[in-house]
Every structure is written in C-alpha cells, then in structure tokens.
Design a protein. Sequence first.
Length: 451
Amino acid sequence: MPLFGTDGVRGLANGLLTAELALHLAQATAVVLGQGRSAEARKAEGRRLTAVVARDPRVSGEFLAAAVAAGLASSGVDVLDAGVIPTPATAFLIADHDADFGVMVSASHNPAPDNGIKIFARGGTKLPDIVEQRIERALEGERLQPTGAGVGRIRRFADAEDRYVLHLLGSLPHRLDGIHVVLDCAHGAAAGVSPETFKDAGAQVTVIGADPDGLNINDGVGSTHLDVLAEAVVRLGADVGIAHDGDADRCLAVDAQGNVVDGDQIMAILAVAMKERGALVDDTLVATVMSNLGLHRAMQEHGIRVLQTAVGDRYVLEAMNEGGYSLGGEQSGHVIMSEFATTGDGLLTGLHLVAEMARQGKTLGELASLMTVYPQVLVNVRGVDRDGVADEVVQREVAASTAELGDSGRVLLRASGTEPLVRVMVEAASEDVARAHADRLAEVVRERLAL
C-alpha cells in the first residue's frame, strides 16, 4: 500500500505514524523538495531552504511536529515553528513568507488518537501525486547530513497568527457588524484564531468547542457533530452558527432555526454573490460528482456552469488550477476561494458567508433558499467486485432508474478506491423515491458483483 493517501500520510499516532517515520519523512522531503530551480538558486546565494511547520492541538502532534522539525533541521533546512494554527493558515504562511515548503501535522476531522502529515509545496499548494511518490521512494535513499554551520535552525514563527488574521480580514467584501455568530471550533486549531477574527470583523461572537486539551478534538463537536451548534444557536437566539473541523479547512453552517446549511448551499450563496460582483471566473463553479442536484439546478437558474470532478478536494483544486477558476468545493464543507487561498479554508469561508448576510441584510435561511436540496440516499454495498460497475445488467438497471427519475433525480455508482465496495447514490424529489431506487440498485449490485 502507498504511504500517501488522498490527503497526506494519515494513521494511528504511534501505530502507523511514529516519530521515526515523521523524522524520516521530513528528511526525505528535504531531499526531494530541495531540488529544482528555485531551491538551487537559493543554495547558490548561500541561503538555506526554509520550511513552515505547524500542527493542530491533538497531543500526538507535539512529538510528531518535533520529529518533523528535527528531520528538516538535520537536513539543513531552517524551520519556522508556527505552533498550533489551522491547515489553511499554514498554506497561507508558506506563500506569505516565501518559504520553500511546509508541513502540517493534523488528522483533520478524525478523532484524537489519529494524526497525519500534510506536505505543501512552495506557494502553499498541495503536492502532486508524482512528487509524493518521489518522497516515498526517497525514504529508502541517502539523506542529507550537513554538519557544523550547515545544519538548519528551528525558530518560532512569532507573528504567524497575526499575519493570517490580517489576511482574512483584508479579504472581506463587507463587515459583520450586527450579526450574532456562534462559533464551534471543534476543540481544534481554530480555537485560538477564529473567535478573534470574527470579532475583529465586527460580529458578536459566542464560542463553543474552543477548549482544546489535546484529547478532545472533534469529540462531539465541530462540523461532524452539528447538533450541539444547532442547539446553541436556537437557545441563544443567534443569527448563524459556523462549525469548523479539527484543522479548520472545513466550514458548515446552521441558520437561526437550527437548520444545517451544507457545503453545496454555501457554495451556491458565494457563487451567486461572486458572479454579481464579477469575481466568479468564467461564471464557473467547480464541484464533485457528489454535489446535490439542487446545486446544479440553482446554478443553471443563475447562469453559472458547474464543472464536475471526482470526489476529493485535491481533484477540485486540480480542476480549479487548470482552468483558473475562483470557486470550488465539496458538500462536506471544503470550500476553496482561490483569490485568497490555495486550499479549503473554513475561516475564510465562514467569514465570507456571514459577510453576505450582512451585505444583503438577509438571514442565512433566506440566502440558502436559492437552492432546493434534493433528498440524497447513499447505500454502501460491501463484499463486491468494485471493478465490475460497468457490468451490462447493472448499467441497464442504472439507465432504467435514470429514465424513470427524469429531470427530478439522478443516479451515481462509485467504486471504492481501496475496498471491495460500491457506493450507490440516488437523488429524487422525495426521500421515499430515492430510497426505493437506491435499495433496488444496491440489490442488483450485490447479486451481480458478489465476490
């Protein structure tokens, strides 16, 4: 199995992800990213490479980030230790400081025992697959082992948070004065920076999930547990709730009545607003095949094209970079605003969403009503040949359901990339209809593709 997954190296801390692996991965990264034109130019000028290292507050991040920093410094790389900050802040700081690359130690929305290592290239962009493969191969090769003055230094990135906050505030099209926001920071990396930023932008802020102890990250709070936020918004009579995940690269929201506003609805609101002010490049929104049919309908009504990609924010990013598009994301709340960020940024997304409420003088419920969310049923069919989705009988049944649903629904079959599993997703005007089609198709898949 490859070491790198869809979002870096991730696993149980002190299980798969040991201090030794983190050290060696950092050394291999220094070898691979220490090559190339810009790196060689720096060396020719007598300057060492520089990397930003940061983490979320989970307890294992302390020893893993220390191991990463040690691996880089032992390879002659100067390390700027940014401490606990969000993943998108790390990406921003790499570009803002003109660092050669950076490393974020985080397992995002996963529970505290897990952790991960995400590596960003110069400019704060995610690494292409081919570069990750080179780093993986370099784990078996020779390491850089300078001595004396050649070793790297580890210094505190003293103004990391301030730079990021100023960047976020400078991106806003409108202040947030008069809006009561409940922030759920998931006991994660947003706890130290999100409340301050929303307050500086003018919002009245109530904070929950902002007491990280290293073990409670994502535990019953954050973007994967929205019931806590919904209850707080309704009880306090607040205008809106904003939920981050552990490393704050996601944003989901709750309106004043406690209704969830997901990533598709957030993208719809932002896309229409950006088109109105001429900021939506080619009037195009990039979204994955899992985005709701309602998003497609709403965008069509507003003259916006939806460009579809495979599931995963890295594929959204690839499509955005290739076409130069300015907005994209996923239903899960990874929203990418490329004018201001190179990756999904939960704080940036939340700020711009609330700014639209303030600018238009509308509630979040009113803004979200531009999109009708179609009921979506997902059935995971396990123990089947995932390479068999092109089976003639399976595809005939998919075509039959598609024809029966017509314009009021859609069908999607997706094979897992790692398990003997096929995902059957059906959208329809009612949940009963979607469930009936999904269950029938799942049974066909089970019968035809059983191992």
